[in-house]
Design a protein around this ligand. Sequence first.
Ligand SMILES: [Zn+2]
Length: 261
Amino acid sequence: MNYMDFHCHLDMKAFDHNRKEIAAEFFNSGYSRLVTAADPYEENSFTKTQEILSYHKNIYCTAGAHPHGADRYTPAIEKSILRFIPENRAVAVGEAGLDFHYNLSTPENQLKVFKRQIAIAQELQMPLVIHSREAETLVLQALEEAKFQFPVVFHCYTGNMKDAREILKRGFYLSFSGIVTFRQKKTDYLRDIVRETPLDRLFTETDSPYLAPEPFRGNPNTPLLVRYVAEKVAELKGVPVEELNRCVNENFERLIKGALL
Ligand SMILES: [Zn+2]
């Protein structure tokens, strides 16, 4: 069935021993598309991503500077992103944004680098894939200030309902990960957000190797487990999973055409 994984990290070490097999199983199982996020701070990420893209035509990538690394941003990194994207079936700049939960780089540098990623996306006329933790308001503000006019996807959305509504109001998208399957009261609010998100504004993703969905929680995650995310999202939306997948794939097609709703 045509499950789509909108965001994973197949370039990571965790997949060094099996990324090719996983990609083969993904498409042999009839799954439709996957998007792997390249990381310009990691020395081999771009070469590994190129290899991954060669496995199948329905593998896409994103490339951008993650907020965690903002203290290490350089003009050379920026140049490498600008060079990589047009040549490598990239569908968006990202993941980029702000992370005020971990604050692995200073908030000032995170904001500075995020603004550069917005500028890169403007220059390349591409969508943005956002990483935001406890920073949704500021992310939206930066996009507004830049008058960003291309599609925006908040990947692995974990923000609150109020910010989700603001995001949707602007015509942007929410991508949901395995967290929606976690059997914990504290993740109930996220399931409410899924229920409120229109079918033409959402994506399913694994964020693998992180965040394995139930019933595999705590184990290594792979793009194959997107099935469990999609089944849960479909259940919450009250539609058959085939229908959910069809919508996600349509959303992707619209996204890569660059059209806002
Ligand atoms: Zn992220």
